[in-house]
Design a protein around this ligand. Structure first.
Ligand code: PLP
Length: 360
């Protein structure tokens, strides 16, 4: 018998969320971002599901893009950090990868490259995130330089990225929009601005190529209370099973550090999942899980492979009972809050050890 931890991946939900992203973008295209193992969901199954619907897929780097080709994905793949070494240009040309350019060093390498097939380039402008991108005042000159290079394909997309689009009452998104518009006003080229938050909440950020990531996995960057969150369907359900049950007397403790003591006679279920699977240790002492549709508190410390749950109030529990760590209830946002982080990090940290099971 194999260990019962699974991340169930609801493929119809993924398609539904992609369709919603596409719809929000109106006439623009939606380029699904599937970096970091598709935010922990399993890059192969997510790519195979979205490839028939999307014009191209987005990842962070060459290693991820090559993994997609190995998995049989044929559509263009955008590398959000472009390339790091000149040798990668040959691979990009051969495999039809698109490169997001953000740095002068990349221009120098491209200018020297002799490629069998020119590569499609996106030109990233730093409109205020101050992480990657060319200075806004350089946009026109860099664009002209790229247009003149034989290694660069004719159509260049102008791109930028927002630092705070999930804050509706902060003016940074408007400032970034204005900066980008001014920097690119005289350039006739397609544009790409919006991540999930901008696509959902900033109509002025919608453009030719939207780049949704997080929302595709069924969660709103504005949190579970956002009305739009209801239209999204969570894609991942992290589940395991009860593998042991015991009765403790008042005064007995559970787990490492003896951090939880039974205040009354308690029934404790041991569940096969821990931080070695990506369930956050920092949720210890705050979390609850769902067993047979009922909430039961996690007690003691989450350990690497196991955690313990007080099931004194859940009458039906037995060995093999299904335990939901996150999915519909509890939602990912709750788990993130217990762990003091955001949903992005929690989903991305589901480890290699957890089988991703596609539900179609
Ligand atoms: C990760 C990423 C996205 C997707 O952002 P979400 O908030 O997950 O929608 C879009 N653009 C760039 C440049 C990114 O790095």
């Amino acid at each position: 018998m194999s260990r019962p931890v699974q991340a169930r991946i609801d493929l119809p939900a993924l398609r539904h969320n992609y369709a919603l992203a596409l719809h929000l973008g109106q006439s623009g295209q939606a380029l699904p971002i599937i970096k970091a193992n598709a935010y922990g969901h399993g890059m192969d199954i997510v790519a195979a599901t979205l490839e028939p619907l999307a014009p191209a897929l987005g990842v962070a780097c060459m290693e991820e893009a090559l993994a997609l080709r190995e998995a049989g994905i044929r559509k263009p793949v955008l590398l959000l950090e472009g390339f790091f070494r000149a040798e990668e240009l040959v691979l990009a040309s051969r495999h039809g990868f698109w490169l997001m350019l953000h740095h002068e060093r990349q221009l120098a390498a491209l200018a020297k490259a002799r490629l069998a097939r020119p590569v499609t380039c996106w030109l990233k402008i730093d409109s205020g995130m101050h992480r990657l991108g060319f200075a806004p005042e350089r946009a026109g000159a860099v664009y002209d330089q790229l247009r003149a290079m034989p290694a660069v394909a004719d159509e260049i997309v102008l791109a930028t990225h927002f630092s705070n689009a999930e804050q509706l009452h902060d003016d940074s998104t408007e400032r970034q929009l204005r900066c980008f518009e001014q920097a690119t006003a005289t350039i006739q080229a397609p544009r790409s601005l919006a991540n999930s938050a901008a696509l959902m909440a900033w109509p002025a950020a919608r453009s030719d190529w939207n780049r949704p990531g997080f929302m595709l996995y069924g969660h709103s960057p504005f949190g579970a209370a956002d009305p739009q969150a209801e239209e999204l369907r969570p894609v991942m359900t992290l589940r395991s099973e009860v593998i042991a049950l015991r009765q403790l007397a008042a005064g007995e403790t559970v787990g490492y550090g003896d951090s939880w003591t039974a205040s009354r006679p308690s029934r404790i279920a041991t569940v096969a999942i821990g931080y070695g699977d990506g369930y956050p240790r920092r949720a210890s002492g705050k979390a609850w899980v769902s067993i047979d549709g009922q909430r039961a508190p996690v007690v003691g410390r989450v350990s690497m492979d196991l955690l313990s749950v007080d099931v004194s109030q859940v009458g039906t529990v037995e060995i093999g009972s299904e335990v939901i760590l996150w999915g519909r209830d509890p939602g990912l946002d709750e788990v993130a809050e217990w762990a003091g982080t955001n949903g992005y990090e929690v989903m991305t940290r589901v480890t290699q050890r957890v089988p991703r099971i596609a539900l179609s």
